[in-house]
Design a binder for this molecule. Structure first.
Ligand code: PLP
Length: 397
């Protein structure tokens, strides 16, 4: 089975982790500081705060903004549930706004329609690795006095308008889960230009405690105070060491991802049963996911049937994502129903995520292409033109 995503670990990654294992500090210490600095420099943001995973990063962002009951936050439905869950953790309400059918990104016109007096923030998702409509969303956020959060878990390394994702929105969150661009096993990061928010998130990841390991050892004191209710969302130095060495290889990982995506683009460009991937010219796509959209009008089966056959043929295909509000928890607790975001639902019913990770060989890429084409051809409906042509030929027989 060719998986849909996979990490890439080299000997130098292993060596940097082993080095920390031999050092006096295992959990959040000097290596986390170094990882944060390196990450902030890479994305071009003044501050980076490392946490235990991408969901914790979203939670920390929601906490830092003091979101709470009575507040609304706009989110697109085509994302991992964590994006919306983080708002719920704070007692605030996620309000789903539909996506653009071409880019599958939050549609600024749809988000504007959902803004009201209770709206405090918007979380945009750089779906599949394509940067959000940052220009329009920033203007919208400023106009209505909202904070713009980017769930950039798909878009590490992406560039929009000459700026790297992570330096554009007010708060930007990343994940280092093994299927993402780089890994720390589990891990996450928030970047921001706001020093106060960064400090609040640093406290939040450590139980809301005001004095960290550095200050306590510097000042020879046992005293600390818990000012706010935080969590233990710390990243370890062991993980941060892996993060630093992975970050150094990120440009290579990205290059290979983009190369594979281009091969897929070319292979599927003229296939009438596939809707071509739309990539605007002025951005650099981070290619976290390669999402194929089926032209169901040309097929005599649905997505699940094609999906099942691709799995049977050994492709670890996936679907990203069922619109969040269609999950049972949301239906029961927020009363959301099908039909809320028709563009996202339509896209969901057509999409299949193909394997894409830097260590895929050219042979594996070709096997994916050949298998997809073979399975699709099996289910292609004759077009009206083809049927007519056949009918004419049959008459002459
Ligand atoms: C991976 C991911 C997350 C959550 O990250 P974890 O590290 O798994 O907690 C959140 N949002 C999106 C869009 C993701 O892809």
């Amino acid at each position: 089975m060719i998986p849909y995503g996979r990490h890439w670990i080299d000997e130098d990654d292993i060596a940097s982790v082993v080095e920390v294992l031999r050092s006096p500090f295992l959990t959040t210490g000097p290596v986390v500081d170094r990882f944060e600095r390196a990450f902030a420099d890479y994305v071009g943001s003044p501050h980076a705060v490392a946490v235990s995973n991408g969901t914790a990063a979203l939670h920390a962002a929601a906490f830092a903004l003091e979101l709470g009951p009575g507040d609304e936050v706009i989110v697109p439905p085509l994302t991992f549930a964590a994006t919306a869950n983080a708002i719920v953790y704070q007692g605030a309400e996620p309000v789903f706004a539909d996506i653009d059918p071409r880019t599958l990104l939050l549609d600024p016109a749809a988000s504007e329609e959902r803004i009201n007096d209770k709206t405090r923030a918007m979380i945009t998702v750089d779906y599949a690795g394509l940067p959000s409509r940052y220009d329009d969303l920033t203007v919208q956020a400023r106009t209505y006095g909202l904070t713009l959060i980017a769930d950039a878990c798909h878009a590490l390394g992406a560039v929009s308008g000459g700026r790297r994702v992570g330096s554009i929105a007010d708060l930007n969150t990343f994940s280092f889960h093994p299927v993402k661009h780089m890994t720390t096993g589990e891990g996450g990061m928030i970047t921001t230009g706001d020093k106060e928010l960064a400090e609040r998130m640093r406290r939040f990841r450590n139980h809301g405690v005001t004095v960290d390991y550095k200050k306590r050892s510097r000042t020879n004191t046992h005293a600390y105070d818990m000012k706010e209710l935080g969590y233990n969302y710390r990243l370890t130095d062991i993980q941060a060491a892996l993060g630093i060495s992975q970050l150094a290889k990120l440009p290579l990982f990205l290059q290979r991802r983009q190369q594979i995506a281009r091969i897929y683009d070319e292979a599927f460009a003229d296939d009438p049963a596939i809707i071509p991937r739309f990539v605007p010219g002025e951005v650099e796509h981070a290619c976290h996911l390669y999402v194929l959209q089926l032209n169901l009008e040309r097929l005599d089966v649905d997505r699940d049937m094609i999906f099942g056959e691709l799995r049977e043929e050994g492709l670890g295909v996936n679907v990203h994502y069922k619109p969040v509000y269609l999950h049972d928890w949301y239906r029961h607790n927020l009363g959301t129903k099908p039909g809320l975001c028709p563009v996202a639902e339509r896209a969901y019913n057509r999409m299949i995520t193909l394997p894409l990770y830097p260590r895929m060989t050219d042979d594996q890429v070709q096997r994916v292409i050949d298998t997809v084409k073979r399975v699709i051809r099996r289910h292609e409906r004759e077009t009206v033109a083809e049927r007519n042509a056949y009918g004419t030929a049959a008459k002459g027989w």
